[in-house]
Design a protein around this ligand. Structure first.
Ligand code: AMP
Length: 308
């Protein structure tokens, strides 16, 4: 069985959407990625940091899904990373109101011995210096390194981020961030420029408008499923990334053809994430529901047409 190591924030989030607001609830990139990847039953572990204010129950919840949290350092006299965001009425755009790095500001990641030979490495959203710190502790080159990041790090640590980008096989970012990183409006041109920075594969997430997978000249598009219920898009991008790498880790096939399936698997899981606040929907998700929705994806995109 493949091993998957996930680095990213384990956090408190406070979220406001047009449908309601939450106080501090469980969030963080690594949390969403690991809950999503857990659907594929691969051996996975998280590297992250939390403060003494972080309920141990949350870690136990992740352990209950088969996720190893030995690499989550607990700084007893520190405070957990906190993010607060407010969504606009279209739910596709949001404002970040608060980003308190807290214990993340001084974090030196330590990869548990068991994961230093990981087959798949998911660098979830957090400081690029931490992402690099994890890459440097991996003893044998992983089959695949996937990077997710955001504009916050492009604004505050671009040079370090560029060094990480040069070392990864796949980058997943949203359309706005792809434009910021490349300085190109056209997503095709943006992907070309990002290829030149290092990654062979570029995944551009477009929220409710789906995702694009670029591999030099080749491109594949996966729609997002039109949903009746959308409450909270928080974590959808991370859930997508977790589904993408979880699928690849389970199938142990990193060809472009299989990445297309992985993009669908990620989109499928992200469609559940947005149906409830925070991690709630992902925690209760059943295999049967995932399979039913995959069928809907097929029906949504399949058509016959005669070429003359
Ligand atoms: P997503 O909606 O997929 O972009 O991810 C939302 C998650 O990212 C939330 O649970 C936040 O805790 C986390 N997050 C927000 N800002 C940052 C940041 N600057 N670095 C790392 N994680 C973040």
């Amino acid at each position: 069985m493949s091993k998957l190591l996930i680095v990213g924030t384990v956090a408190f989030d406070a979220i406001e959407t047009p449908f309601g607001k939450t106080d501090k609830i469980l969030g963080g990139a690594a949390t969403y990625i690991s809950l999503s990847a857990a659907q594929f039953g691969v051996k996975s572990g998280i590297v992250s940091v939390v403060g003494g204010d972080f309920p141990k129950d949350y870690l136990t919840q992740l352990n209950g899904k088969g996720i190893n949290t030995d690499g989550v350092e607990i700084i007893e006299d520190g405070k957990t990373f906190f993010w607060k965001g407010k969504y606009h009425n279209d739910l596709n755009t949001r404002d970040t109101l608060i980003t308190d790095l807290n214990v993340l500001a001084e974090f030196n990641p330590v990869v548990p011995e068991e994961y230093t030979d990981t087959d798949f490495l998911m660098l979830g959203n957090l400081h690029p210096a931490v992402q690099m710190g994890v890459i440097n502790q991996i003893s044998t080159k992983p089959k695949l390194i996937v990077l997710d990041t955001m504009n916050f790090w492009m604004d505050s640590a671009l040079d370090q981020l560029m060094e990480v980008i040069a070392k990864v096989d796949v980058i997943t970012i949203n359309d706005e961030e792809a434009r910021q990183l490349s300085g190109e409006y056209s997503l095709v041109r943006a992907a070309q420029k990002i290829h030149e920075m290092g990654p062979k594969y570029v995944v551009i997430k477009k929220g409710e408008h789906g995702a694009l997978l670029f591999n030099n000249g080749d491109v594949f598009f996966a729609p997002a499923l039109p949903l009746e219920e959308v409450f909270d898009p928080t974590g959808a991008g991370d859930t997508f990334a977790g589904g993408f790498i979880g699928y690849l880790a389970k199938s142990e096939d990193i060809s472009f053809e299989n990445m297309k399936r992985a993009v669908i698997a990620g989109s499928n899981l992200a469609s559940f994430c947005v149906e409830k606040f925070g991690t709630e929907r992902m925690e209760s998700l059943l295999e049967k529901e995932i399979q039913e929705r995959l069928l809907q994806f097929k029906q949504l995109t399949q058509f016959e047409i005669e070429l003359s």
